[in-house]
Design a protein around this ligand. Structure first.
Ligand code: MLT
Ligand code: MN
Ligand code: ZN
Length: 310
């Protein structure tokens, strides 16, 4: 399985257009050793070939999808006058950073195969009716993501086997479930390549880890999990928001019960990666003590266009 990190930042990207925090100002001026990042998405292809021409699944459709496609030729193999390697889209939630890119795929020549849960389908048909708008363009061929752990796959990419797990995180602010979560607002995905048996657990929005989630993480060869915030009060202490990390569905990395603690309980052979990094997170500064702490714990920070073969 070949995973291309299309976008490793959280909503807003890095730098965020209107932000002058230490990180955003530093990466803009070049005074900080940090890499700019686009908003949250990965592309998964079966096999390990780097030659392109292999159809895969787009997991989340970022507002930055057009830039991401331009930067990653594997997504545009040019096998015909109109072509794409995106055989379908799988959504892990209905947040703006994961769903807005659907609009950008409207020139598709056939309905876009789209896997999402029922609550996400409802949100994207009502509160933010992207799917209704798309009916006036390519349209979507919607498939329901089962929440009971049953495997599902795309007929166009039969070698990738996916399983969803409902997670405690947050629906988008426009959702009627924002403050009253229903199962399926947010999911984690276990993706297995049938040919190699290798697997990844992907969960860019993960508010709480319980034994069930930890089991899924433990059985994967690689985990790509919520790297949004270093501390719970990251945005409140900067004075840029009144919201804590946990209140918007993201488990911070540091401290008791934080992501680093959970990751350090995984088997040594598990590849550990953080993804969906918010622009305020000190780990974006490659010279920061926080980044050094991750390195010491064997945890990598995803970068755009990075390729991971679990
Ligand atoms: C989140 O996961 O909380 C988002 O990145 C929010 C957003 O897209 O604005
Ligand atoms: Mn997000
Ligand atoms: Zn910032």
């Amino acid at each position: 399985m070949r995973i291309t990190v299309l976008g490793s930042a959280a909503g807003g990207g890095f730098p965020q257009w209107n932000c002058n925090c230490r990180n955003c100002a530093g990466v803009r001026s070049g005074s900080l050793r940090a890499k700019a990042r686009t908003q949250s998405s990965i592309f998964v292809q079966p096999g390990n070939g780097s030659d392109g021409g292999v159809d895969g699944l787009l997991i989340n459709a970022s507002p930055d999808i057009l830039t991401q496609i331009q930067r990653n030729p594997a997504l545009q193999p040019a096998r015909g006058l109109r072509d794409t390697a995106i055989a379908g889209v799988v959504l892990i939630d209905g947040q703006i950073d994961h769903a807005t890119g659907l609009f950008m795929l409207r020139e598709r020549t056939s309905p876009l195969p789209l896997w999402c849960t029922d609550p996400v389908h409802e949100d994207l048909s009502t509160g933010n009716p992207v799917l209704r708008v798309l009916q006036h363009y390519c349209g979507t061929a919607r498939e329901r993501i089962p929440l009971d752990g049953r495997a599902f796959s795309s007929p166009a990419v039969p070698d990738l086997l996916l399983r969803a797990m409902p997670l405690s995180s947050k629906a988008a602010p426009y959702s009627p479930h924002r403050e009253a979560q229903v199962p399926g607002d947010n999911i984690g995905l276990s993706i297995t390549d049938r040919a190699s048996g290798r697997s990844v657990f992907y969960a860019p929005g993960l508010g709480e880890i319980d034994e069930r989630v930890f089991d899924a993480m433990s059985t994967a060869d690689a985990v790509m999990v919520d790297g949004t915030f270093w501390t719970d009060d990251e945005m409140t202490s900067l004075g840029i928001s009144g919201k804590t990390a946990r209140s918007i569905g993201h488990l911070p990395q540091s401290g008791p019960g934080g992501m680093i603690e959970w990751l350090s309980r995984l088997p040594a052979r598990t590849r550990k990666l953080l993804i969906h990094i918010n622009n305020t997170n000190p780990i974006l500064d490659e010279d920061s003590p926080q980044r050094a702490a991750l390195a010491a714990a064997g945890i990598d920070v995803c970068e755009d266009s990075q390729v991971i073969t679990p």
